[in-house]
Design a protein around this ligand. Sequence first.
Ligand code: ADP
Length: 184
Amino acid sequence: MQVIVNKTRLTLIQGEITRQATDAIVNAANSSLMGGGGVDGAIHRAGGPAILEECKKIVARQGRLPTGKAVITTGGELKARHVIHTVGPIWHGGDRGEADLLASAYRESLTLAVTSSLKTISFPSISTGAYGYPVDSAAEVALQTVIKFLEKEVSLQEVVFVLFDNRTCEVYIEELERLLSKSA
Ligand code: ADP
């Protein structure tokens, strides 16, 4: 599914984010930035050791990455020249600021792409794997946050959501259709 939001193409696809050729791909990292399972493991495996080396330097300089923040490294051997690492919230039932933290993870990643003069960026579904965030609520926060950002910021050409499994992809598509019909 593809729509235009202000000046930017917003694309939802099912796929594997490590194969994306956007300027950056976003990693759903953890605060240690030392790699992990899920999409984090896949990105480090596909991108090679250069990514972890840079992550170690960042942690030595500024400590662990707080939830909702983002940093940028090389993409190593990936097609994407950069990886933006962000930390989504762990789901605790919804009353511990999870939605604000998830929105912040998307917003901080987008801001870092813009300040790094990047034009295209791919996101996974942050927090909906090991971190347990319900996919329908996460899709609403993710898409609303990206749309709101693009309504003010015109320098990005494309934002892609690369959804790994069919169900997650369907939920994001339904949610985007719902948000667009609400705003029409
Ligand atoms: P988190 O810890 O933030 O929940 P996970 O990596 O466990 O992160 O899961 C986030 C989402 O990324 C899940 O929907 C998972 O299916 C998906 N995912 C896992 N591997 C990949 C991949 N290679 N490309 C895109 N999405 C992926």
